[in-house]
Ligand binder design. Structure first.
Ligand code: PEP
Length: 253
């Protein structure tokens, strides 16, 4: 059975007071509801320890937004898989399109990060997706297949089962433009069949593939109802409990 997940990526938003307030609201929400999916958040790294304190019973999975491809050492500004393991974080986003766009991350970097995360028992949420130019040129299937192969195909079957993938078309992130449920479903199915071609259908069927890109309370239900979509990675709409909780509730069992 693959995991069903709604994850919030807070990006570089919120003061410590605002972050604490939203975490406390989320805790109370989680204590009073039984969602049909796991709920994860990726707050700024500075607030990860606070998140671990607030969600002391692991009510919500706690993720970094990125982690280093190096184990330790002179890498100013970075956080390591070891550090995340030492605070008992759940995992890390890896290869988010904003990391690719502003920090030159490639799928080879992602591959090294994913391996390190898995070695430390962290869940890597590997993000991929095509740009607008690539979609307009009809290259989206090829691009996403290639990303998936470079980032993941050095893993063993045992390792890849633990990876969560987030398909996030770059043209839909933070733009208000969402892939239609059909557009998202066909790429999710394509990612799954790419994995099945190498690791077999049984392994591919176990991997959760989330959709990300302008998911909102009013479009979440239709997106989540697609057979190969196992939840969402939510940016802007994860910053307010009202929107995020409505997206969580859009997840039908
Ligand atoms: C994201 O940053 O992963 C994302 C999907 O953002 P948004 O929901 O704001 O498009």
């Amino acid at each position: 059975m693959r995991r069903k997940i709604v994850a919030g990526n807070w990006k570089m938003n919120k003061s410590v007071i605002d972050a604490q307030q939203l975490m406390v609201q989320l805790l109370s929400y989680k204590n009073n509801h039984t969602p049909n999916c796991e709920v994860w958040i990726a707050p700024p790294a500075l607030y990860l320890m606070m998140a671990k304190d607030i969600f002391e019973k692991d009510e919500i999975g706690i993720f970094a937004q990125d982690m280093s491809e190096h184990e330790s050492g002179a890498y100013t500004g970075e956080i390591s898989a070891d550090m995340l393991e030492s605070i008992d974080a759940t995992g890390s986003l890896i290869g988010h399109s904003e990391r690719r766009q502003y920090h030159g991350e490639t799928d080879s970097h992602c591959n090294r990060k994913i391996k390190l995360a898995l070695d430390k028992g962290l869940i890597p949420v590997y993000c991929n997706g095509e740009t607008l130019e690539q979609r307009k040129a009809g290259e989206h299937f090829e691009v996403v297949k290639n990303q998936t192969e470079v980032a993941l195909f050095t893993l063993s079957a045992e390792e890849i089962r633990k990876v969560v993938i987030a398909y996030e078309p770059v043209w839909a992130i933070g733009t208000g433009e969402t892939a239609s449920p059909e557009q998202a479903q066909e790429i999710h199915a394509h990612i799954r069949s790419t994995i099945a071609a190498k690791y077999g259908q049984e392994v591919a069927d176990e991997i959760s593939i989330l959709y990300g890109g302008s998911v909102k309370p009013d479009n979440a239900r239709e997106i989540f109802s697609q057979p190969d979509i196992d939840g969402g990675l939510i940016g802007g709409a994860a910053l307010k409990l009202e929107d995020f909780s409505r997206i969580i509730e859009a997840f039908q069992s």
